[in-house]
Design a protein. Structure first.
Lengths: 200, 267, 544
């Protein structure tokens, strides 16, 4: 992300004296995702504690409909697979195929967000109604923010994988791999969220 | 060699002797006025002595090294290339572990004697509805010995005062009056932000939390007037949020109680 | 998020300002960034110290007479926040970490130089914002812990600015942490093994793990808190059915590890300083490494010892008592090892050495009161009193700040090529040590005898002891004067240090002082024994 070219830079500087390092940008990204995961872990912990010890006021509505979130889960899982396809295609230098898969992944992400918004508008409770409602919106909202960010990044790399002039090639896979990892991470969080929030 | 060991033992015994002497002769705590207080002071004494031994020992070791091994003007070169000593390192892993473990067990015992480990009394006398959840606190009463004889008081805290409700007398007081040598059982809840009920002479403290009633039990043992201090930052006047607890003989207490008692209002 | 600057352009060093001006630029050089962290942190230390002086002036008399009560609360909140998030954490992590780690791993820069610069440049604006919030509607006034519901009900603008700047500072800290982990693990010079790294690398690795695992939780918590303030949600607002204790759990899940974030790097620094000036290898390298990792693991599971009176269930108190007290074991190993490092050395008694030894003594004292505080029955009496204030100042000031000074005396020749004046340094040490103990030792008694913390007015019986404490604070303020004079004089007219004035063996001394842009003229040296003092002598003895 912020650090896309820095390691190359070092390698370049170091190459004068034959000091090369393996690519550690992925390593940095993984560390970042662990940190990001801890934010979610904090939210989950808060939610579970509330659920265990804070009874809701009588008459509070916290029944959730399952169809839309189930659809969303499927959307995200499929999008993980399509993203993977895009990577494979790029590796075989099939840029336009890769671009197609990426666009399709971004499309799935957008559908996910639309479904999410649709759910928000049809829920019987608002942000400040009760503790459950607030936590629900905070968790799904924070996750939705991640999906939005991810979709934007996918659109960017889809643009970059265009055949002429794109920076994304089979020699420069890192941006795609980074976004892919991020996307799988966001999916994983969604699955946990789905289980904890909707199924439990 | 013998000589060296002799000095070592001498110094260690001296450190112990000094620490014990200080531990037993220096009193850093306020008066003891509840049955918790002597228990607490016993723990304090032990921790104080152990702490002093470690602290004085370490300080002596550091200052001694600075003097003994300081570089004299004519010296050049390095010290001995000693990189470690496994048995020594094992010793100073195990000894602190044992100390810490013993301290932990001991303080568990102390805490139990203070009543901290008792499961909270869920059918507490004052809880009209059995569904109400008491969160935590220090209770000296367990479920089966329902505290009928306890003096029950409901404490509510607000910015910036404590109010003490005596349900039996149906009145509210700004001063806490309790008879000496009798177990007092308080249920506390805050009306706004978090406060804390602290009586230094009793060695007890419990946060008063909005939305989560807590329990605090204690038994005063000494007649007198002691400060009640709010110990949790609760706003600009936090420092001024104080009240008094007046421990008095049973007869004095009854007199005060009857003077303030209001007839039951039946609706 | 993507900053795609053409690598050729940024690499062009001639575009970067030279001389002292580079300290005001978005420099990518780890040494420049390190110094930026240090100077910026020190300026905030002066601000935080000025606020501390205001606190001590107010407390010299039992009445609330020096400033209004709500201003007092703002002052103590700003004091705590500035000292922790803008002084200790950026300096022991950011400043020394950035300066030293690349040398220690034999690299020419940090793994992600640009991220590094971003992490630094987040700090000045958020710090200034925090200080400026005082002039808006009053700064935050709920203490550095910002417990709700108080933080929800006090004036909003101050609290929101506080949250925003702590979030930015937390972000800066996370970026730094990621960078350190990547640098230490991935950027090591070929041939350099993990177990050959100087101890500071291990300390920073442990610290960065804590940063990465716990700081995000604070971020999440503060986001929820800001929702409560702005959007009227009820996460921590009991009026709306929220639970205030959940905040405390989440907050301390970060803020207890934060205390090790403040002290582990100091442990690392002292492990570098002692062997050099005692001319002996660091005693027990392997156990030191294990104890750092032990502290990291234990540090993550002891947070509720700050909540013994918050209505936690008994089993929880029991668990956290034992877990907390056990931190004394790995910490103790380190202290015994340091004393063993001194033992039998040829110790130069200089400012760096004195501050390090002062650190050992003060920290042991603070650690012992910490172990006492970890015992629930003990803590119940002294929680939220001056006993706690004394405990943590013994550790953060007597420990970490002492080590910061020690490190400045130790590495000043490296950074500037000039020596600091030893006489002024020793004067600085003596005044600081006396002032510090005079200020904070009496506070233990205050706490035991009934003075709560965070109060602007108190029982008149405590006046005398408070005045002693204020006198100590005055001495501490005075002690900064010889230090500042020393630094300013030495930068201009100090004795030339040469490349390696201490004859040290760690890699940063194996290049010129000050070091060249990419740290080494040629290839980075392979230092397999950063603590190999006395080795030749041993061989000579054997030969005889
Ligand atoms: C750098 C910061 C730092 C460090 C390193 C520590 C280290 C420790 N702290 Fe401290 N602490 C704070 C900063 C720090 N603390 C702060 C800021 C607060 C207040 C927060 C607030 O409320 O605002 C606080 C509060 C605090 C509390 C809560 C008090 C309360 O509010 O009621 C407790 C309770 O357990 C505690 C315990 C400990 C312990 C057990 C250690 C241990 O790590 C210490 C271990 C070290 C030693 C023990 C010394 C060396 C060991 C030996 C020589 C071996 C032999 C020793 C024995 C066998 C005992 N601390
Ligand atoms: C982390 C580091 C740290 C450091 C280094 C310090 C340093 C000091 N602290 Fe700090 N303190 C905290 C962290 C720290 N503190 C925290 C976390 C709290 C809790 C806050 C809360 O409750 O929320 C606290 C609370 C706290 C209190 C309790 C307030 C209360 O509860 O009511 C007191 C009272 O004595 C105090 C005093 C001091 C003093 C005298 C110093 C001295 O050591 C300071 C010495 C430095 C100087 C005096 C600077 C000298 C320079 C000048 C005077 C310069 C003049 C100006 C210019 C040239 C521009 N501190
Ligand atoms: Cu009520 Cu402080
Ligand atoms: Cu802690």
């Amino acid at each position: 992300m912020t650090t896309l070219d820095s390691s190359k830079e070092i390698q370049k500087n170091n190459s004068e004296v034959n000091e090369t390092h393996e690519d550690f940008r992925m390593f940095g990204l993984i560390t970042f995702l662990i940190a990001d995961g801890m934010t979610f872990a904090g939210f989950f912990a808060a939610y579970l504690t509330y659920k265990a010890v804070n009874p809701l006021p009588d008459g509070a509505i916290y029944e959730l409909e399952l169809p839309i979130p189930t659809l969303n889960t499927i959307l995200l899982l499929v999008s993980s697979a399509t993203f993977h396809k895009a990577g494979k295609a790029l590796l075989k230098d099939k840029n336009s195929e890769s671009q197609k898969w990426l666009s399709f992944t971004a499309f799935l992400g957008i559908i996910f967000l639309i479904c999410q918004l649709f759910e928000y508008f049809h829920l019987p409770f608002g942000l400040t109604d009760n503790l459950f409602a607030s936590t629900f919106y905070a968790l799904t909202g924070f996750h939705g923010l991640h999906v939005t960010l991810g979709t934007l990044m996918i659109l960017i790399i889809a643009w970059q994988s265009r055949i002429n002039g794109g920076r994304l090639t089979s020699q420069n896979m890192f941006p795609l791999e980074a976004v892919e990892l991020y996307w799988h991470f966001v999916d994983g969080i969604w699955v946990i969220l789905f289980i904890i929030l909707y199924l439990l | 060699m013998l000589n060296k060991n002799f000095y070592l033992i001498l110094i260690i015994s001296l450190v112990f002797a000094i620490s014990f002497w200080i531990g037993f002769n220096v009193n850093l705590l306020p008066a003891e006025a509840s049955i918790n207080a002597p228990i607490y002071d016993e723990l304090f004494k032990i921790l104080f002595i152990i702490g002093l031994i470690i602290f004085i020992g370490m300080t002596i070791a550091v200052i001694y090294s600075l003097f003994k091994f300081r570089k004299r003007n004519d010296q050049i070169g390095d010290g001995i290339a000693l990189e470690g000593n496994l048995s020594l390192e094992i010793v100073w892993t195990i000894i602190p572990s044992i100390i810490v473990l013993l301290i932990g067990l001991y303080s568990y015992n102390i805490y139990d004697r203070m009543g901290g480990m008792k499961e909270l009394n869920h059918n507490h006398e004052m809880m009209s509805s059995n569904t109400e959840k008491i969160w935590a606190g220090i209770s000296q009463t367990s479920d089966n010995e329902i505290a009928i004889n306890n003096l029950s008081i409901e404490v509510s805290a607000m910015q910036f005062a404590f109010l003490f409700n005596y349900p039996k007398g149906n009145f509210i007081s700004g001063e806490l009056h309790v008879p000496v040598d009798q177990k007092v059982s308080m249920k506390m809840e805050s009306k706004d932000v978090i406060h804390a009920f602290w009586v230094p002479e009793f060695r007890i403290k419990q946060d008063i939390i909005p939305g989560q009633p807590t329990i605090l039990n204690f038994t005063p043992t000494k007649v007198g007037k002691y400060p009640i201090v709010c110990a949790e930052l609760c706003g600009p006047y936090h420092g001024g949020m104080r009240a008094s607890i007046i421990v008095e003989e049973e007869s004095d207490y009854n007199e005060w109680f009857n003077k303030n008692k209001k007839p039951e209002v039946n609706l | 998020m993507t900053i795609s600057i053409d690598p050729q352009k940024t690499n062009n060093e001639s575009l970067q300002p030279k001389g002292w001006l580079r300290y005001f630029s978005f420099s990518l050089d780890h040494k420049v960034i390190g110094i930026q962290y240090l100077v910026c942190g020190f300026l905030f230390y002066l601000i935080g110290g000025t606020l501390a002086s205001a606190i001590r002036i107010e407390l010299a008399s039992p009445m609330s007479d020096f400033m209004p009560r709500d201003v007092y609360n703002q002052v103590l909140t700003l004091h705590g926040t500035i000292m922790i998030f803008l002084w200790i954490v950026p300096v022991v992590n950011g400043a020394f970490g950035n300066y030293l780690i690349p040398f220690y791993v034999g690299a020419r820069d940090m793994a992600f130089p640009r991220l590094n610069a971003v992490a630094f440049w987040l700090i000045p604006p958020s710090g200034l914002m925090l200080v400026a919030s005082y002039f808006v509607e009053g700064a935050a006034q709920a203490g550095w812990t910002a417990y709700p519901p108080l933080s929800i009900t006090t004036p909003q603008s101050g609290q929101i600015i506080w949250i925003l700047s702590v979030l930015l500072l937390g972000g800066s800290s996370i970026f730094g942490g990621i960078n350190f982990i990547a640098t230490i693990i991935k950027l090591r010079r070929p041939g350099l093994k993990l177990m050959q790294l100087p101890m500071y690398c291990w300390a920073m690795l442990g610290t960065s793990l804590l940063v990465v695992l716990s700081t995000p939780v604070l971020a999440g918590t503060l986001i929820l808190l800001s929702f409560d303030i702005i959007a009227n949600t009820g996460f921590f607002n009991p009026v709306l059915g929220g639970n205030v204790v959940v905040y405390q759990h989440l907050f301390w899940f970060y803020s207890h590890p934060a205390v090790y974030i403040m002290v582990l790097p100091a442990f690392g620094l002292v492990s570098e300083i002692l062997p050099v000036h005692a001319r002996k290898p660091l005693f027990g390298y392997t156990t030191m490494v294990f104890s750092i990792m032990g502290i990291v693991v234990l540090g993550l599971v002891v947070w509720a010892h700050h909540m013994f009176t918050s209505g936690t269930p008994p089993w929880m108190r029991l668990f956290f008592t034992i877990a907390t007290a056990f931190i004394a074991v790995p910490t103790g190993i380190k202290f015994f090892n340091w004393v063993a490092t001194l033992w039998g050395g040829k110790i130069s008694i200089n400012s760096a050495m004195l501050f390090s030894c002062g650190f050992i003594i003060n920290f042991v004292f603070g650690g012992i009161t910490g172990v006492a505080l970890a015992q629930v029955p003990f803590d119940i009496h002294v929680h939220d009193t001056y006993f706690v204030v004394a405990h943590f100042h013994y550790i953060v000031y007597g420990g970490t700040v002492f080590i910061i000074f020690s490190s400045i005396y130790h590495w000043f020749p490296k950074v500037t090529g000039k020596m600091l004046n030893e006489k002024l340094g020793i004067l600085h040490f003596i005044i600081t040590f006396i002032g510090f103990n005079l200020c904070f030792a009496p506070q233990h008694w205050l706490g035991l005898n009934g003075m709560p913390r965070r109060v602007a007015e108190y029982d008149p019986q405590f006046q005398f002891v408070n005045q002693i404490s204020s006198l100590g604070a005055l001495l501490m303020a005075i002690s900064t004067i010889p230090f500042l004079i020393n630094v300013f004089l030495s930068v201009r007219n100090g004795k030339y240090a040469g490349d390696n004035p201490w004859n040290a063996l760690t890699p940063e001394w194996l290049t010129s002082s000050p070091p060249p842009i990419e740290n080494w003229e040629g290839e980075a040296p392979l230092v397999e024994e950063p603590y190999g003092y006395g080795k030749e002598i041993l061989n000579e003895n054997k030969n005889i």
